[in-house]
Ligand binder design. Structure first.
Ligand code: SF4
Length: 337
């Protein structure tokens, strides 16, 4: 992948952007990128501005100072995926799994166990269209009368809804407008991380999303918009530290804001920090820093306003509470995408 460095914003531009943010003025992409560099005292100020926005939202919602969360249980319907994201530890190969998919009974058992522990949501996590890459996935579905993974997702969501009362939240990856229409009646909400709008991270050999057809930013932006047109309450977010520039990161947040403003369907925005994992192609990359994560969560809150819940993904950081206490307004178990 070509080296893509950008000039770091000056201290003066950071101060100016902070001042504008504190005054509640509209920020542009360059100003948001400058805010992402805040550390030390400027970071404290940035967190304070974002925290005020969060608090105002909580007051408007009639629950001042109350941070909420929804308990959910993960249902990893399949860990097979047609994509090859270079940081992924979720997807695997068929011979490492007892079966390509969880059976219906296994799905229901996980959901019942979750309900017994007080969960309200069943969060379906799965790879993207595994049947298009893995014969084992195709055969498993065919033997049980399903044409596609999405057919099985729909059947499983209905089973969970009818037999356990948990509310399905679906994360099946890229969905068409027609897919969204079919799944909407069986799910309380759906989600898909935008991750980044940086096309070069997908198109250039060596990029983290190279070889992953479902990670083309234009495709994912289309899903965000289609979810809005169909009226699906939607969770999305960005992944930071995978090689994007600060301007690209800010641009990703602006893209989410555009969809949120146009359709009003974005219920939650996740900021997930990259952490290098052994056995992945990106094991040698440095982790995204905690302060970087904190600044990004704050900028997300400032750009998105008090409306959508914003949170970082707590599973990904050993010191997650530092950020969780800052501008995010909900916390809880994280969805995979
Ligand atoms: S799409 Fe998701 S599950 Fe598939 S390889 Fe990428 S991160 Fe992993």
């Amino acid at each position: 992948m070509a080296d893509h460095t950008e000039a770091r914003p000056t201290e003066a531009s950071l101060r100016r952007a902070l001042h504008r943010a504190a005054e509640g003025r509209a920020l542009d992409v360059d100003e948001a990128a400058a805010l992402l560099t805040a550390r030390g005292e400027p970071l404290d100020q940035l967190l304070s501005v974002a925290g005020d926005i969060r608090d105002a939202g909580l007051r408007d919602a009639g629950r001042p100072g109350v941070v909420t969360f929804s308990k959910n249980v993960f249902i990893p319907l399949t860990r097979l995926c047609r994509d090859r994201c270079h940081y992924c530890t979720f997807a695997t190969v068929p011979h490492r799994l007892p079966a390509a998919f969880l059976e219906r009974d296994e799905v229901l058992q996980i959901a019942r166990d979750g309900a017994a522990q007080g969960c309200k949501e069943a969060l379906f996590t799965l790879g993207d269209r595994p049947e298009e890459r893995w014969p084992a996935a195709r055969e498993w579905l065919h033997e049980r009368g399903y044409d596609s993974t999405l057919d099985y997702v729909r059947a499983s969501a209905i089973a969970v809804l009818e037999e356990t009362g948990l509310l399905p939240h679906l994360n099946p990856g890229v969905l068409s407008w027609a897919d969204l229409q079919r799944l909407k009646p069986v799910a309380a909400s759906m989600g898909m991380m935008l991750e980044t709008t940086a096309t070069r991270l997908w198109s250039e050999p060596g990029g983290p999303h190279y070889g992953s057809p479902d990670k083309e930013p234009a495709v994912r932006l289309r899903v965000l918009e289609d979810a809005g047109r169909v009226g699906v309450p939607f969770t999305t977010g960005i992944l930071i530290g995978i090689g994007e520039t600060l301007t690209e990161r800010a641009d990703s947040l602006f893209a989410i804001r555009r969809a949120a403003r146009q359709y009003g369907h974005i219920q939650e925005v996740i900021v997930q920090n990259f952490r290098a994992k052994p056995d992945t192609a990106m094991r040698g990359m440095p982790d995204a820093e905690l302060h970087d994560l904190a600044a990004t969560v704050a900028v997300a809150r400032i750009l998105l306003g008090p409306g959508p819940a914003s949170r970082h993904r707590p599973t990904s950081s050993p010191a997650s509470t530092t950020c969780c206490c800052a501008p995010a307004s909900t916390t809880g178990a994280a969805c995979r995408r």
